[in-house]
Design a protein around this ligand. Structure first.
Ligand SMILES: Cc1cc2nc3c(=O)[nH]c(=O)nc-3n(C[C@H](O)[C@H](O)[C@H](O)COP(=O)(O)OP(=O)(O)OC[C@H]3O[C@@H](n4cnc5c(N)ncnc54)[C@H](O)[C@@H]3O)c2cc1C
Length: 462
């Protein structure tokens, strides 16, 4: 029997016909949430339990068959992309919420549960899972762990790495590392879960996880302000941190061209009567509404007095709050208006951002006739997103723009990926942000855990 037929035969015999999708049905699925092309692969596996993941991996390991773990396929670095010769393993059937533990403030879930399911389950118990992002209805906890997902609340709650207390993962040879710890403190040797968080499915398949929950915020205050320069954005951030402490949950910045393009396309009346250089969307999450309003009021008064801001707008209703976030979250509008759009997710020390951005804009102006640099991002956690486009830019300019952006990021002490990961798209520039000994150790770990290179091969390290 031909090798692939033999593998499919063994997988079907072990997992059952309904757990192994082959043939035309594969093309019914799309490559990713952003790339709507039909997926190609030899098969898609739909295991129902950790034991079935083990069985699938053992078969693939025996035949040195590449296997690509998949959650909601919403990643933005082509990290779950499959070649026609790959087998995909989707966690979609493993989406149970196993336990919400109110006393320990933890939730135990299977890795295929969507982020939204987890948020809702926590909410039902008057608790709160703080990770959030536009893809919440599709992305899965396994994918969030494998990408160390971020989002707008990292400033307050940390990225996924800070929200995982324990996990269970299956190694390429089928060994189950069950580390379902529920405690905040547990210093017993190497913290093995960290190996899998952010490893983009290259070291093991996450099957279950214990996540940390918080008290549900009783007060959410959302404010939009105008700021005249990037230097003042940073000054305002510092002031917000001093006045609001840990209730400050988001500090999002949008450049004027970004904000104006989104509101014009969506036909929204601007919430502010001015068109400043930068808009800051600030949010607090606390437990005492009166107290939080007092803190926010003091921050705004002081910033007004100092001339840092001139028109603070405080959302009065959930609809107003949603509208402000809609503007922040709708970057795809720019994608619809320009072709090509070169998108970037980078991080920089907050102290370097102003000079970096000014230098980048100057370099773009010198190199291209009409390059627009749309900037928005979670500035409070060092993460900037850029969309660079313009009528005269063509796909042939991608390399030059990439070199310009990443070259400057490195020279200012930043990182070529803030929250989207490396996947296929950035593996060639990983050495810009990681030194040789670091890369050597990554290769050693990959070789140790996956000596046959079957798990998501070609991603991250190549
Ligand atoms: C509209 C939109 C908004 C977004 N906003 C943000 C944002 O604010 N912040 C942010 O960080 N990201 C954001 N993203 C990117 C994306 O949603 C995240 O990267 C998310 O964590 C991916 O989860 P997923 O389940 O879709 O994983 P997939 O895309 O399916 O997979 C991502 C990677 O994880 C691996 N993987 C998946 N499941 C497992 C598993 N169980 N075990 C091991 N490996 C696994 C895959 O092989 C792949 O390498 C956004 C995407 C969209 C489309």
């Amino acid at each position: 029997m031909e090798k692939m037929n033999q593998i499919i035969y063994e997988l079907k015999r072990t997992l059952g016909d309904d757990a192994v999708i082959v043939g035309e049905k594969i093309g019914d699925r799309v490559v990713s949430y952003i790339d709507h092309n039909p997926m190609t692969a030899k098969a898609i596996l739909l295991p129902r339990s950790t034991e079935e993941i083990v069985a699938a991996l053992k078969i693939c390991q025996t035949h040195a068959q590449p296997l690509v773990p998949q959650g909601g396929r919403t990643n933005l670095a082509r990290s779950s992309f499959t070649e026609a010769s790959d087998i995909a393993l989707s966690l979609e059937r493993m989406n149970a919420i196993e336990d919400v533990d109110v006393t320990n403030r933890t939730i135990t879930v299977q890795a295929g549960a969507t982020l939204q399911q987890v948020q809702e389950a926590a909410n039902q118990h008057n608790l709160f899972f703080p990770l959030d992002m536009g893809s919440r209805g599709s992305c899965t906890i396994g994918g969030n762990i494998a990408t160390n997902a971020g989002g707008p609340r990292v400033l307050r709650y940390g990225s996924m790495r800070n929200l995982v207390l324990g996990l269970e993962a299956v190694l390429p040879d089928g060994t189950v590392i069950s580390s379902l710890n529920k405690m905040l403190k547990n210093n017993t040797g190497y913290d093995l879960k960290q190996l899998f968080i952010g490893s983009e499915g290259t070291l093991g398949i996450v099957s279950r996880a214990v996540l940390r929950l918080w008290e549900k915020p009783q007060s959410i205050i959302t404010v939009l302000v105008d700021v005249a320069s990037f230097a003042q954005v940073i000054q305002f951030l510092r002031q917000a941190q001093q006045h609001l402490g840990s209730v400050l949950s988001s500090f999002e910045v949008m450049k004027r061209n970004y904000f104006q393009t989104i509101i014009q396309a969506a036909n929204i009346r601007s919430p502010l009567p001015v068109e400043p250089a930068y808009y800051v969307l600030l949010e607090t999450m606390g437990l005492d509404r009166e107290l939080d309003f007092e803190y926010v009021g003091k921050l705004l008064d002081e910033s007004l007095e100092q001339g840092l801001i001139t028109y603070p707008v405080v959302a009065q209703t959930k609809a107003q709050r949603d509208e402000l976030w809609f503007i922040r979250d709708n970057s795809e509008v720019i994608g619809n208006q320009y072709d090509p759009v070169f998108s970037f997710d980078v991080s920089l020390p907050i102290s370097s951002m102003e000079k970096w951005l000014a230098q980048l804009e100057q370099n773009l102006d010198e190199a291209f006739e009409d390059a627009h640099c749309f900037m928005f991002g979670h500035v409070g956690d060092c993460n900037l997103h850029l969309m660079i486009c313009g009528d005269s830019l063509t796909p042939a300019d991608k390399q030059a723009v990439d070199d310009m952006v990443y070259g400057l990021v490195v020279s200012f002490g930043g990182s070529v990926s803030a929250e989207h990961g490396i996947g296929l798209d950035k593996k060639h520039i990983l050495p810009m942000s990681r030194n040789e000994p670091e890369l050597w150790l990554m290769h050693q770990l990959k070789g140790l855990l996956d000596p046959k290179n079957i798990l998501n091969p070609g991603k991250v390290l190549g």
